[in-house]
Design a protein around this ligand. Structure first.
Ligand code: DQA
Length: 160
């Protein structure tokens, strides 16, 4: 087998994961640093890109303040990704559209939060998307995303 065909085979086996950041996460680093830390979104994304290389997966990352854009990316994930890590930010607590988009696709979605949403205001304890996600990671800062990626890989490795 030539080196070329070996790497082609590697490429076809590489899982494609998608990270979606919701509203106001573009302000990370300056936004409520006592709650969300000092790392910027760019720094977080760079850390995730490095982690993806380490884990041997292809990673795509998007952020939007617009609910409909998040819905569009979730719908596209059906064709373009094997799994999604989603920090829906405030839409977590309000969005039926995001919940329906997750329910509409067969790709597994992990809900993540930087902060521990259960240790904050009451309204943050309710998630409209949790029932249609495979699980939730909350409270570990940027590591919540890494744990989400690892959880997805373990989930995808299970025979079903
Ligand atoms: C958040 C928690 C949400 O309650 C909040 O609206 C956010 C960020 C988090 O990552 O901790 O914007 O999703």
């Amino acid at each position: 087998m030539s080196a070329g065909s070996a790497s082609d085979a590697d490429e076809t086996r590489r899982l494609r994961l998608l990270v979606l950041h919701g509203p106001n996460l573009n302000l990370l680093g300056q936004r409520e640093p006592d709650t969300y830390g000092h790392a910027t979104l760019d720094a977080l994304n760079l850390m995730l890109a490095r982690k993806a290389t380490e884990l041997g997966v292809a990673l795509d990352v998007h952020q939007s303040n617009i609910e409909g854009e998040l819905v569009d990316w979730l719908q596209q994930a059906q064709e373009q990704a094997d799994g999604v890590v989603l920090n829906a930010a405030a839409y977590t607590h309000t969005s039926i559209a995001l919940r329906d988009a997750i329910a509409a696709i067969s790709v597994p979605v992990v809900e993540v939060h930087l902060s521990n949403v259960h240790a904050r205001e009451d309204f943050r304890r309710h998630s409209t998307i949790a029932p249609v996600c495979i699980g939730t990671v909350s409270g570990f800062g940027p590591n919540s995303y890494v744990l989400g990626l690892r959880a997805l890989l373990d989930y995808l490795a299970e025979p079903r």
